[in-house]
Design a protein around this ligand. Structure first.
Ligand code: ADP
Ligand code: MG
Length: 390
């Protein structure tokens, strides 16, 4: 990675301002999944070990500039305190005189959590005033929030105008792996794309057509490609408005794009619907494609078997329904067994590999949904771009 990380700066005795992604799911004030908090621990622990004090900031939910008590970061501060086995002080606000005084009073090794950055409208608007107030709290800025790196907000981009800015370990790992998917992958390089809509992924397909050796298409997005080729798709999800784009992509792709040959169709959008396996030419009116079929899974596995690098974004079917999750899970298990670099991007894809029980058997599961997608599109992420070059 060409960006400086926490290892490239002297942190001893410094007040470090760190942007993390603590946007955790909450139910009645309790954290239901602490994955994102745990993901920040290596960077937090490293900073404290260096003899620095630490000021943490994050957004949580969508308070839209309002101070909503139910979106306070207090439960996160408490939970983090338990994981670190040391107290984490909670600031009464994100910025302001009282918070400034608390930050300045911190001793090396102590941790302060700021209130939800999105309690202030200046966060998303990235106002110079708010960015300056945040930056005044610390002496060095560390960004470890990959999930918001595609947004130029005050806490991700604005602060870098006022402080030396470096990456944490999580961002470092994301860039190392996703960089292989967009940079110089080991070949053959196979990309698997799925999910509901082609329109979400046109940028990814275009970028990957230039980089990958094969692009395997599954999920609902395959339907639009089929309809563009004149096939009957019954009641399947099809995006008529992008049919010309789909047509163009097929023409441009040569033999790079590999579409499914069979599918699981259902007579309703429900797990208990009647279902059957058909070739893609035989989808009848009244039926809809909810998963790719067994012949397609076998075909995809054969192509994957030769790969040295695989990037996967988008489930192969409606994996939220167990009867239409089979192909997604089969592909996840196939990736786990490959002797290749395997990279998973996208929020639903990440939960699919977790559900399949193979998230620790692939090389990398990205923590950023939208951010990983923009990375795969070849876009530069403002939160990373703004960090200092090595
Ligand atoms: P990611 O979050 O990994 O980028 P997407 O959000 O693009 O993935 O797509 C995930 C969604 O696609 C899931 O909710 C899944 O149910 C849906 N999906 C997959 N295949 C189909 C299909 N054949 N018909 C309708 N929806 C589908
Ligand atoms: Mg999604």
């Amino acid at each position: 990675m060409n960006k400086k990380t926490v290892r490239d700066v002297d942190l001893k005795g410094k007040r470090v301002l760190m942007r993390a992604d603590f946007n955790v799911p909450l139910k009645e004030g309790a954290i239901t999944d602490d994955t994102r908090i745990r993901a920040a621990l290596p960077t937090i622990e490293y900073i404290l070990e260096q003899g620095a004090s630490l000021i943490l900031m994050s957004h949580l939910g969508r308070p839209k500039g309002q101070k909503l008590p139910e979106l306070s970061l207090k439960p996160v501060a408490e939970h983090l305190g338990k994981l670190l086995e040391q107290p984490v002080k909670m600031a009464p606000d994100t910025v302001g005189d009282e918070v400034q005084a608390m930050a300045e009073a911190l001793q090396p090794g102590e941790v302060l959590m700021l209130e939800n950055t999105r309690f202030h409208a200046g966060e998303k608007k990235n106002t110079p005033e708010f960015a300056e107030q945040l930056a005044a709290l610390g002496e060095i800025f560390v960004n470890d929030a990959f999930g918001t790196a595609h947004r130029a907000h005050a806490s991700t981009e604005g602060v870098t105008k006022h402080l030396p800015a470096v990456a944490g370990f999580l961002i470092g790992k994301e860039i190392d792996f996703l960089g292989q998917a967009t940079g110089e992958p080991g070949r053959p390089y196979v990309v698997i794309l799925g999910g509901a809509k082609v329109s979400d992924k046109i940028g990814v397909i275009q970028n990957m057509l230039a980089k990958a050796d094969k692009i395997l298409i599954g999920g609902g997005m395959a339907n639009t490609f089929f309809k563009a080729q004149g096939l009957e798709m019954g009641d399947s999800l099809v995006e008529d408005e992008v049919l010309p784009v789909a047509q163009e992509l097929i023409e441009k792709s040569g033999d790079k794009l590999v579409l499914p040959v069979d599918a699981i169709v259902a007579d309703a959008f429900a797990d208990d619907a009647e279902r059957k396996t058909v070739d893609v030419e035989n989808v009848e009116i009244g039926w809809r494609i909810l998963d790719i079929g067994p012949k397609t899974v076998a075909l995809f596995k054969e192509i994957l078997g030769t790969a040295k690098t695989v990037a996967w974004n988008g489930p192969m079917g409606v994996f939220e329904m167990p009867n239409f999750a089979k192909a997604t899970f089969a592909i996840a298990r196939a990736l786990a067994e490959l002797d290749a670099i395997t990279i998973i991007g996208g929020g639903d894809s990440a939960s699919a590999v977790k559900l399949a029980g193979v998230d620790d058997k692939v090389s990398h599961v990205s923590t950023g949904g939208g951010a990983s997608l923009e990375f795969l599109e070849g876009k530069t992420l403002p939160g990373i771009e703004a960090l200092e070059d090595k």
